[in-house]
Design a protein around this ligand. Structure first.
Ligand code: TXA
Ligand code: MG
Length: 343
């Protein structure tokens, strides 16, 4: 797993995940403070999930609405039944086969974690990340850690330690550096409290993979429970992932309009770039382009990285939405639409 550390021992509050720094981070957690940790999906802003005060610190640092619940992270040796009811037999295989990994399961709460974590719901989102630094840190702390993505609410999720620093500066005492996130897109959120698993947020682990393990899996929009579940996963209805530059979204059918817009910005001497799949790059020869990649997995990995780079480099980002029907690609499309305030 990706645990490359590409930063010096200390840069601002960015720290290498040495044993001493993991211990320092643990002490901060025990003081109900917040620490940023890498995961294989995106960086997380972690605090003790058992303490109201610690969890409150996460919400206030992020500026996150209190009705948007957090994911609890545990190490792979941690007894999940300390905090949630054992999932039905049929779903235990999902946990065995898919964790540690880029997936979060919604389970029935035992009421042990702070009620602020679940925003009043009877369920808790639990994730066992696979990044070696996250695993080591969770093991050293040996507590369930609530950790949303380590960005200011509504901003693009962070996929490097520097991104976290860019958002919070000295407001968080310590950022553990685990290099660039391997998957680069948040975990799949899968509710297993009903008769069938339901994907509430799509990500790298697909409904197909889940169905292959336990027989069936629904996407939120396909379920009769969609409205009820949407209410239960408020994260799905907030503005999200937006970079600080101006963004404009174009569908493939609007490529001509995109070219015209690019020409207009060029004439007005405004700085801009185009974010697009590799296969369309030749259409924009000579213009500044950020290439998402060739495959859906590459695009998932690159999408936040490019949004974060764009906000430092250009005033306008013109997004050509990559087309395709794979679930991972749909997850990328969903993030890009939200980043451009279309959803
Ligand atoms: O990959 C990830 O999941 C990252 C890393 C840090 O682990 N974390 C992350 O957290 O993306 P956050 O807070 O940005 O997104 C959590 C999502 C939100 O959409 C939230 O509504 C949903 O999970 N969620 C949390 N608890 C829930 C619950 N009990 N029921 C339904 N949805 C829940
Ligand atoms: Mg987030």
């Amino acid at each position: 797993m990706n645990s490359r550390v590409d930063r010096k021992e200390s840069q601002g509050n960015i720290c290498s995940p040495s044993i001493e720094n993991l211990q320092r981070a643990k002490e901060l957690i025990l003081q109900n403070q917040v620490v940023a940790m890498p995961t294989e999906t995106v960086y997380g802003l972690a605090a003790n999930a058992l303490k109201d005060e610690a969890v409150k610190n996460i919400y206030s640092l992020k500026g996150r609405p209190l009705d948007n619940p957090l994911i609890v992270h545990i190490h792979k040796g941690y007894d999940i039944e300390k905090i949630v009811e054992r999932p039905p037999q049929a779903f235990q295989k999902l946990l065995e086969k898919l964790t540690p990994g880029p997936i979060t399961f919604i389970l029935k709460s035992k009421g042990i974690v702070s009620p602020l974590v679940s925003a009043g719901l009877a369920t808790v989102a639990v994730r066992i990340p696979q990044h070696t630094v996250a695993q080591e840190f969770l093991k050293v702390v040996d507590l369930p850690l609530a950790a949303p993505s380590a960005n200011i609410s509504t901003h693009t999720s962070p996929v490097t330690a520097q991104h976290v620093q860019d958002d919070f500066g000295a407001k968080i005492p310590l950022i553990l550096d685990g290099g660039r996130c391997f998957y680069g897109l948040e975990s799949t959120v899968c509710d297993i409290t009903g008769a069938k698993p339901v994907i509430l947020r799509s990500g790298y682990v697909t409904a197909e993979e889940i169905a292959a393990i336990c027989g069936d899996c629904l996407l939120l929009e396909d379920t009769e429970r969609a409205e009820e579940l949407k209410k239960r996963s408020p994260g799905t209805r907030y503005k999200h992932y937006a970079p600080h530059c101006k963004t404009e979204l174009f569908y493939l059918s609007q490529i001509k309009a995109l070219k015209e817009r690019a020409m207009q910005l060029q004439q007005e001497n405004l700085s801009f770039a185009i974010l697009l799949a590799d296969s369309f790059a030749t259409e924009f020869d000579g213009l500044k382009c950020y290439l998402l990649g060739k495959t859906d997995k590459e695009m998932a990995k690159n999408v936040y990285m490019h949004l974060r780079t764009a906000e430092h480099e250009v005033e306008y980002l013109l997004v050509l939405l990559p087309e395709g029907n794979s679930e991972i690609l749909k997850a990328v499309q969903n993030r890009l639409k939200k980043a451009c305030a279309i959803l």
